[in-house]
Design a protein around this ligand. Sequence first.
Ligand SMILES: Cc1cc2nc3c(=O)[nH]c(=O)nc-3n(C[C@H](O)[C@H](O)[C@H](O)COP(=O)(O)O)c2cc1C
Length: 181
Amino acid sequence: MAKTIVLALSGSISAYKGADLVSQLTKKGYEVHVIMTKAATQFITPLTLQVLSKQPVHLDIMEEKLANRINHIDLGKEADLFLIAPATANTIAQLAQGLSGNMLTATALALPADTPKLIAPAMNTKMYCHPLTQKNLKILQEIGYKEITPRHSLLACGEIGQGALADLDIILQKVEDTLSE
Ligand SMILES: Cc1cc2nc3c(=O)[nH]c(=O)nc-3n(C[C@H](O)[C@H](O)[C@H](O)COP(=O)(O)O)c2cc1C
């Protein structure tokens, strides 16, 4: 049976790479359910990810179309893997504090404890290296998230440094390795 990946995108400029990520995961035979933050929808359309995943995209925690489902709980139960790519500094901070104000963070908080969790940060170098972001990532690692570290590169903001979303090949490899563990 196809493994289910819940892929959550937050509002980084690199969210446009989500289209390729969803496409490649789907072609590999995974069932991909996409969650997007409101900010992520500024960088790539939900329609694109809906078409590529062949599944409805989850945007609003209050939008419950089926009476017998609560999406942020049931998606977590169905996930063989929870992948956040790209993860913004804001979303990382919210997750580290246990906030649950949107579909992404609420699903993360409702995940069964043994669900494998991968997180791929993407942001400006100063944001990534900031002690608060590093502290938040450490908190997430302590509760079982595995970080897919960002690349050192020329960033969209014009600075050179660590913060670019990891290459898709590396993200895909981590997904396969984690699911085969
Ligand atoms: C053009 C642009 C690019 C951005 N890129 C990033 C980014 O790569 N990483 C990041 O952490 N925030 C980035 N931000 C800021 C986030 O979009 C902002 O913090 C937002 O509140 C994140 O919300 P979310 O975590 O709910 O998706 C960017 C904002 C703009 C306007």
